[in-house]
Ligand binder design. Structure first.
Ligand SMILES: NC(=O)c1ccc[n+]([C@@H]2O[C@H](COP(=O)([O-])OP(=O)(O)OC[C@H]3O[C@@H](n4cnc5c(N)ncnc54)[C@H](OP(=O)(O)O)[C@@H]3O)[C@@H](O)[C@H]2O)c1
Length: 264
């Protein structure tokens, strides 16, 4: 039996990823964390170490497949991974000028939110299957059920993550590898600073991380919150699209590109 559990979290420098790292940290837990910009992670690292964890940071762009694959392979060549949390993500959509994101930005978003999650999960899943244990956690979104007219690419990226995670879970069912799929609603992070519009059920990243970790510890395979929004989206999904579009009107939004001075 190994003394230490190894948990890898992508996009852990702030927001939900940082809160999940704080919630999962503890004695006997080694955390491998990444983000593109890791220049401001000192305070977070000190907190994680004070909670009993050891921590290693890497500056990795998960959309850069050779880089993220090299990071994963280096880690796996040392010690097996117990848990992989695929959290890194970006948000984009209709800007304040009313225009949707450009095709180039849409392709970049898919690379970060969907392609990288699929590639990293497959890389790690094979290793977990071979070791016959492990846990892969996908951070998707309630947007995967919403098909937001103001963020079609983001919605598609999260619907892709949800579909992939459900398929992978079934494929891995005969091994001792768990897959957990998270569908959060609005969480107060840099992502929601970009969202201009109503955000019903907004919670802090600490509350979101508490719900996720509590659900994982209860062995849930899918964690959705707030449940009322999940229920509302399930009801909307069975309506004709014109009626659904009418009911969605109060929740239409725009996406702000944050200037560097406002980034957390
Ligand atoms: N906030 C919400 O309302 C909400 C709701 C549902 C789902 N989610 C999902 O929750 C996850 C976390 O989002 P958040 O709200 O915490 O957003 P956030 O505050 O913007 O944090 C995103 C994290 O991901 C990292 N990241 C972004 N692109 C990356 C890349 N290409 N490579 C490596 N790291 C990258 C960021 O660091 P760098 O920028 O330095 O790389 C940061 O650490 C995302 O998957 C998001 O879609 C959020």
């Amino acid at each position: 039996m190994r003394q230490q559990q190894r948990i890898l979290i992508t996009g852990a420098s702030r927001g939900l990823g940082a809160s999940l790292a704080r919630r999962l940290a503890g004695q006997g837990i080694h955390l491998d964390l990444c983000a593109r910009d890791i220049s401001n992670v000192r305070e977070l690292s000190e907190t994680l170490i004070s909670l009993g964890s050891t921590v290693a940071w890497a500056s990795v762009d998960v959309a850069d497949i050779p880089s993220v694959t090299e990071w994963i392979e280096t880690i796996c060549s040392q010690v097996p991974i117990d848990m992989l949390v695929l959290n890194a993500g970006v948000f984009d959509g209709r800007g304040e000028d009313g225009a949707l994101e450009t095709p180039t930005r849409a392709a970049a978003l898919l690379g970060t939110n969907l392609t990288s999650a699929v590639v990293v999960a497959l890389t790690v899943a094979e290793k977990m299957r071979a070791q016959n244990y492990g846990h892969i956690v996908f951070v998707s979104s309630l947007a995967s059920f919403a098909a937001h007219a103001d963020a079609p690419t983001y919605s598609a990226s999260k619907a892709g993550v949800t579909s992939f995670a459900r398929a992978l879970r079934e494929d891995l069912a005969s091994s001792n590898v768990r897959v957990t799929l998270i569908h959060p609603g609005h969480i107060a992070t840099q992502q929601t600073q970009q969202h201009i519009g109503a955000m019903p059920g907004l919670v802090s990243s600490e509350v979101a991380a508490d719900r996720i970790v509590a659900g994982m510890r209860r062995g849930k395979s899918e964690i959705n919150f707030p449940w009322i929004l999940r229920l509302g989206l399930a009801c909307l999904a069975i309506l004709p699209w014109r009626l659904r579009a009418k009911l969605n009107q109060p929740f239409r939004f725009q996406v702000r590109n944050l200037p560097p001075s406002e980034r957390s």
